[in-house]
Design a protein around this ligand. Structure first.
Ligand SMILES: *Cc1c(COP(=O)(O)O)cnc(C)c1O
Length: 395
């Protein structure tokens, strides 16, 4: 068996730690995209809302609909651009898009107009309800991410267009930092430049007497490293799930007098499905890249790359069983892998083998440790945990 244990108490702890670092009145928009970074969107979103998150964010319309169907009524930002075929559902489920160009605003307006009209025709309710109803859009400004949004000098006209619409309303304005999780001088300068461009865009809109709505720009890294940029709302993601963003580590922050000690939320756990004694010379796994140098005891683990234990992690990976670390031997297979446990080991069938997680799960390493060993980031380790891994929620 392979499971992902989700310690919702740690998620609550992390949100409390974030709140401790927010200025008064700043809202939290909890990123629950990609199934809450692999942790399970509905449960994590509900916990985040209970802990005070006013907004949620997802990547796709489908992810937003999943939350609505689970009864979540908070505003939900859709951070990626939608296909034309998704726009009706976007409006119907009252998801909030980010818009960054005039054509996209037109598409949103047309979709909302059509949907509102269909509602009017199909209900006998007071038609004036519908007449005043508007569809909220947040204006995205590209200040240096090169992904979505208008350029800063285009923000004013786009804001005007949205604000003048009979159908749309300007609910907010935002940008996204490309390198807020880096600490080198050049990256800090470019992040500062992004902030300045964002301010220029905001001021150009305000100069037209247009209200911007909710102003937000900070991801996990920026909200901790630049508290002065929190504006009306912050958009934490990775720190909700217990990992620091890039180089904005707890140590780095504590040197700046900022207290932030997140706890990992997910434990990735397999069971020992068999314990075998193999003779000297026996090859382990595909390609026999590892062979027993002497008679060896091998634990077969029910977890593989199809579960999200990436094959490229094979060499050097260690798993924790009963509080001790054991090395994985040979290549990780699709559904299983093998660990060498030593001839004197007391490891037995159905023991827990913990790949990573918080200390209370029995883990001896975190997704950060795995990411460092594999040259990636905890985001990728967490979102790689696949669908067939059952999520079990613990308080
Ligand atoms: C994913 C995402 C976030 C959260 O990023 P973290 O680094 O996980 O805090 C915030 N804003 C946008 C636009 C995003 O795409």
């Amino acid at each position: 068996m392979r499971i992902a244990e989700i310690y919702l108490g740690n998620l609550a702890h992390n949100i409390a730690q974030i709140k401790n670092n927010l200025r008064p009145g700043v809202k939290i928009c909890a990123a629950v995209k990609a199934d809450a970074y692999g942790h399970g969107a509905v449960c994590c979103a509900k916990t985040a809302v209970e802990c005070g998150a006013e907004f949620l964010s997802v990547a796709t319309v489908g992810e937003g609909i999943e939350l609505r169907k689970a009864g979540i009524t908070r505003p939900i930002l859709v951070l990626s651009l939608c296909d034309a075929s998704e726009m009706r559902a976007l409006v119907k489920h009252e998801l909030t898009p980010l818009a960054g160009d005039s054509e996209y605003v037109d598409l949103l307006e047309a979709a909302a107009k059509k949907f509102f009209a269909s509602q009017k025709n199909s209900s006998n309710k007071n038609p004036s309800d519908n007449a005043t109803r508007k569809f909220s859009v947040h204006l995205a400004v590209d200040t240096g991410m090169g992904r979505i949004g208008c350029l800063p000098h285009e923000a004013k006209d786009l804001a005007k267009k949205i604000a003048a619409s009979q159908i749309l309303s300007l609910g907010g304005i935002c940008t996204h930092f490309a390198s807020a999780d880096e600490t080198s001088a050049t990256h800090r300068v470019s992040t500062q430049r992004q902030y300045e461009k964002f301010m220029l865009a905001i001021n150009s809109i305000r100069a037209e007497k247009i209200t911007t709505g909710i102003v937000h720009c900070s991801n996990s890294a920026a909200l901790l490293d630049h508290p002065e940029w929190q504006f009306d709302m912050v958009r934490p993601g990775i720190i909700l799930y217990g990992y620091c963003a890039g180089r904005i580590t707890s140590r780095y922050l504590s040197k700046k007098g900022i207290q932030f000690e997140p706890k990992p939320v997910m434990a990735f756990v397999a069971t020992v499905s068999a314990v075998r004694t193999l003779p000297k010379g026996a090859g382990i796994s595909y390609g026999s890249t590892w062979k027993c140098e002497r008679e060896s005891k091998i634990a077969v683990l029910s977890i593989g790359y199809a579960d999200g234990l990436l094959r490229r992690a094979s060499s050097g990976l260690e798993v924790a069983i009963n509080g001790k670390k054991y090395p994985v031997r040979g290549r990780i297979c699709m559904d299983q892998c093998m660990a060498e446990i030593g001839m004197e080991s007391d490891v037995k069938r159905y023991d827990r083998a913990v790949i990573f997680g918080p200390a209370e799960s029995g883990a001896l390493c975190t997704a950060q440790d795995l990411a460092d060993a594999q040259g990636t980031i905890p985001y990728e380790i967490l979102t790689s945990v696949s669908k067939r891994v059952k999520r079990i929620y613990l308080s």
